[in-house]
Design a protein around this ligand. Sequence first.
Ligand code: TPP
Ligand code: MG
Length: 299
Amino acid sequence: MTMLQQTRTRGKEGRPREQRIAAVRESAYRARHHVLDMGEVQGQGYVGQALGAADILATVYADQLRFDPADPEWDERDRFLLSTGHYAIGAYAAFAEAGIVPVDELPTYASDDSRLPMSGMASYTPGMEISGGSLGHGLTVAVGMALGLRHRGLREQRVFNFLSDGELDEGSTWEAAMGAWHHRLGNLTAMVDMNALQADGPTADVLRIEPVEDKWRAFGWHAVRVDGNDVAALIDAFDECSAVAAAEGRPQVVICDTRIGRGVPLLETREKAHFMRIEEHEWQICREQLTAGHEEENR
Ligand SMILES: Cc1ncc(C[n+]2csc(CCOP(=O)(O)OP(=O)(O)O)c2C)c(N)n1
Ligand SMILES: [Mg+2]
């Protein structure tokens, strides 16, 4: 197999499950370090979300998604849409792991003239498919893309859409969900980061969105709910979705319960978690806690 073919193969292909789990875990660990490195330059940011969602993003990029890091616009790629523009710091960490963005470019995050703005923007960053952040719109675009791929006869290609629990407050999300089932978009897989938090406080206090699985099922989707910080469970859930995509032509959603700040105890317990301010001396403590936790898990 040539190098080029290899880069266009999904990470999971031809590998035993244990190897896939180990590869995703390592990638998520390195991605969390990238997040801390980016966050430190600004002293603040959407660090908690990116740490919480690192396992989901690593599962997508290191295991599930087909893409070419040297050619992010390769027409036959799977599409990953970051609906939650403010999670861009997490996506950049995954892009760096995937070889789409060089690791040494990460410290430019959110600076003037950087290709890595604080909110995800398609025109700035290789691999960023849409300009998300006007919340509730990513899934509508994903439906159009999935439909477009089908019209063009691109049947192997998948569209993945990353949403937050806050986006389940938006009517447009549910209009898109209805449209996806109406058009039998089996090539569409959504994932929801259920971190139980929004800008205005806990999700449960802002708007009651539970029972979330039942809602997606009522809209015609195949829904599976997992611990979004459990890599093995994530891999199994996404594999289940691929099987449904192939067999039933039904859109699928992986509902992921995650912990804000996951992997860094100092940040897991922070009160103001939506946009974190982290003191200068705390960044090194964060890194040490992350490394210690990872070593403990691997023991
Ligand atoms: C349509 C829209 N309304 C409001 C906002 C402002 N806003 C930015 S992030 C955010 C929180 C949304 O919830 P979630 O994404 O779950 O927050 P997080 O988990 O990141 O704290 C809000 C309301 C927005 N970007 N778009
Ligand atoms: Mg949230």
